[in-house]
Structures are given as C-alpha cells and as structure tokens.
Design a protein around this ligand. Structure first.
Ligand code: NAP
Length: 286
C-alpha cells in the first residue's frame, strides 16, 4: 500500500508527484497516457493498471487532471465509486466553486473525505516560496492529510471548512494574473510596433514569470511550456462562469478569451501561454 496515489501526470501532476516522491513518500501513479508514468516508476513509484487499482493502492488520492469533468470521468464510474469509501480525495484540478461543492457532496455520499485544493504556482515553483497552495474542506481530513501534503511546501494554506474558498481565491488570483498577461501582450505589441527591443521591456518588469514570457517571445520558443494556452483557456472559462453566477462584470476578459480561442484554432493550444504573442500579432490593425 502506498502513502498517496496521484491520478494525472500532466505538467502539474508530475511536479506534485515528484515532490511527494522526493520527500520519501511511497507513491502510486496512474495517467491516461502511460508513457508519462515511466520517469516516476524509474524513481521507485508503483503504477496502477486502472483507476480503480490506483484508488485502492493508497488511503489518500490526489487528482490533478485538466478539469472536473475529467475527474468525474475518472472517478464516477460504479467500480471506482465502490472503492472510494474510507479514503481521502484531494482535488487539485482547477474548477469552479460550484464544482468544488458538488464534488464534496458526491465524494462524501460515497464514503470518501474530500479536500479541494487550488495551486497558485507554476509546476517549477511547487515547494518553493514563490508558489501558494490553498486547501479547503473538513478540518479532520486536513489534519489527517497535512503530514503528507506538507512536503509540497511551506506555502500551503488551509482556508477552513468552506469547500468553495480555494476555488474562489484561485479565480480571484487568476483574474489578476490574466489581467497581467493581457497587459504584457499589449506592451509587447507596443514595443514591437515601435522597434523597441523586448529585453528593454523585460528590464523594467519586476515579475519573474512575466520576464520568462518575454524571453520566450524574444526567442520565439514556446515548446517547453510552463502553462499551456489550453490550461489558461479552461481557467478563463471558469472565471467567466463564476462571474456570471456571482453577478460580477468581467467584460475586460472577453477580448482575451477570443484571442485564446483563436490561438487554439491556429494550433497553439499545447504551447506555452507566451505563444499568444503570435495571435496578438495577427490581430494588429495594420
Ligand atoms: P496538462 O499538462 O495539460 O495535463 C493534463 C492532465 O489531465 C494529463 O495528465 C491528462 O492525461 C489528464 N487528462 C485530461 N483529460 C483527461 C481525461 N478525460 N481522462 C483522464 N485524464 C485526463 O495540465 P497541467 O498543467 O498538469 O494542469 C492540470 C491541472 O492543474 C489543471 O486543472 C490546471 O488548471 C491546474 N494547474 C496547472 C498549473 C500550471 O501552471 N500548469 C498551475 C495551477 C493549476 P494525458 O497525459 O493522457 O493527456
């Protein structure tokens, strides 16, 4: 039996699994595309042949897939639901506050304790002080999980038993991030239109991540993503969905969503979000 199972080994799931493994925890992994399990298996992780086997392998199950629909596809089958009883599921896929609430209900109905998490960091910032991880849910489940999740960094914040709180805080944080990205791309367009080198723009930007984005644009290299356009498009849809529910006007983000959807149509969905510069260029007035 492992200490914790990790379902989903994309960029973020892999970073979480690596941190858990490096801290000495016995991990079991499962990913839809099997090849992503190999590096962790080579470092000593066990792998499961099915989601049900993965769930049965540990008392704690961490889920980090693209969104809650994917989590539902993975866990809400009759066989897997029957295996959830007595386990604690920690959801790190990004979703809406309503999805967090609904997940807590169906997990609890099937005998699982449930914590909902939000990661305010890029994969390379997991365990560093640059990233924050928020976790909400019943205190008993948090107390039980903390000894293992604590290895993900000093910056884990338990936000209390309001299961919606991490998702709300995440959406608030991401909204300011997206505003920042939108401004950065507009700044790039202004510099390029005026023949000003992006290195000069970078030298007056304090935020490390924004400087990385400028570097990628300068090198025209988007193939080693920290976060993809697809992931941020999903995030943006969640923000807009919650804003409608909450009656908050976020019209500013409509323009960015149109650019992101165009970027996906142009084939940049799996590239770093810096690739949006290519789409912004194609929307220039002349
Ligand atoms: P990613 O690299 O695109 O990986 C997506 C993962 O989800 C892969 O393991 C993929 O499996 C799996 N998946 C998607 N749909 C599935 C389905 N229907 N059934 C089974 N597996 C499915 O994304 P990521 O960057 O790891 O992000 C994962 C979550 O973390 C997202 O909710 C994201 O918003 C959140 N997050 C990411 C970041 C970041 O900077 N990357 C930061 C904070 C939060 P395959 O490998 O088989 O495709």
């Amino acid at each position: 039996m492992g200490d914790i199972t990790v379902l989903g080994l994309g960029l973020m799931g892999t970073a979480l699994a690596e941190s858990l493994q490096k801290s000495g925890h016995k991990i079991c992994v499962w990913n839809r595309s099997e090849d992503k399990m190999t590096p962790l298996i080579n470092e000593g992780a066990t792998s499961a042949a099915s989601v049900q086997e993965a769930v049965l392998s540990s008392p704690m199950v961490l889920v980090c897939v693209s969104n809650y629909d994917a989590t539902v596809q993975l866990l809400r089958s009759d066989t897997v639901l029957a295996s959830l009883g007595g386990r604690t599921v920690i959801q790190f896929s990004t979703g809406t506050p309503q999805e967090a609430l609904e997940s807590e209900i169906w997990m609890n109905d099937n005998g699982a304790a449930y914590l909902d998490g939000a990661i305010l960091a890029s994969p390379k910032d997991i365990t560093s002080s640059a990233g924050k991880i928020l976790i909400g849910g019943k205190e008993a489940a948090w107390i039980e999980s903390e000894p293992i999740l604590g290895c993900l960094g000093d910056s884990i914040i338990y936000t209390g038993d309001n299961i919606r709180a991490p998702a709300i805080l995440d959406l608030a944080w991401l909204t300011q991030r997206l505003g920042h990205y939108l401004g950065l791309f507009h700044g790039v367009m202004l510099c390029e239109a005026g023949g000003v080198d992006l290195e000069h723009f970078s030298s007056i930007i304090a935020d490390t991540r924004m400087r990385q984005v400028l570097e990628a644009i300068g090198e025209d290299d988007y193939q080693n993503p920290s976060v993809t356009v697809n992931v941020y498009l999903n995030v943006l849809k969640n923000i807009q969905k919650y804003a409608v529910e909450a009656g908050v006007d976020l019209e500013m983000l409509d323009n960015l969503r149109a650019i992101m959807e165009q970027a996906c149509t142009e084939g940049y969905g799996d590239e770093d979000i810096a690739a949006l510069a290519k789409t912004f260029r194609s929307t220039k007035l002349h």
